[in-house]
Design a binder for this molecule. Structure first.
Ligand code: FES
Length: 106
């Protein structure tokens, strides 16, 4: 069957230092990407869950920005601990992590 149980996009967009919108890469989104990718593999989710690099997702001021499909849930994931919580609760467990929703910090 084509597609994945969950498909996750992590913004790794980079802008020059001092750019007014900032960027997710400048807020360590590569650490978040690597943590989710290795965590999904360790959880045995290869083939079921895909963690992809993304360009700007247009929520720069709330980055590092992560979106989880098929739900279309948008997260602000500032630390590796937060990434672990999204991995365990949402990506594995299907439960939205309310306190990391972009809608709840905007
Ligand atoms: S730079 Fe990450 S959402 Fe725009």
């Amino acid at each position: 069957m084509a597609g994945f149980k969950r498909h996750v996009f992590v913004c790794l967009n980079e802008r020059p230092a001092g750019h007014p919108r900032g960027c997710c890469l400048g807020r360590a989104s590569e650490d978040i990407f690597n943590h989710l990718k290795s965590g999904a593999a360790k959880a045995g989710l290869k083939g079921e869950v895909r963690i992809n690099r993304a360009g700007c997702l247009d929520h720069c001021e709330h980055g590092p920005t992560v979106v989880v499909y098929p739900e279309g849930t948008w997260y602000h994931v500032p630390t590796k601990q937060d990434a672990q919580e999204v991995l365990e609760k949402h990506i594995v467990g299907g439960q939205v992590v309310e306190h990391l929703l972009i809608d709840n910090i905007a």
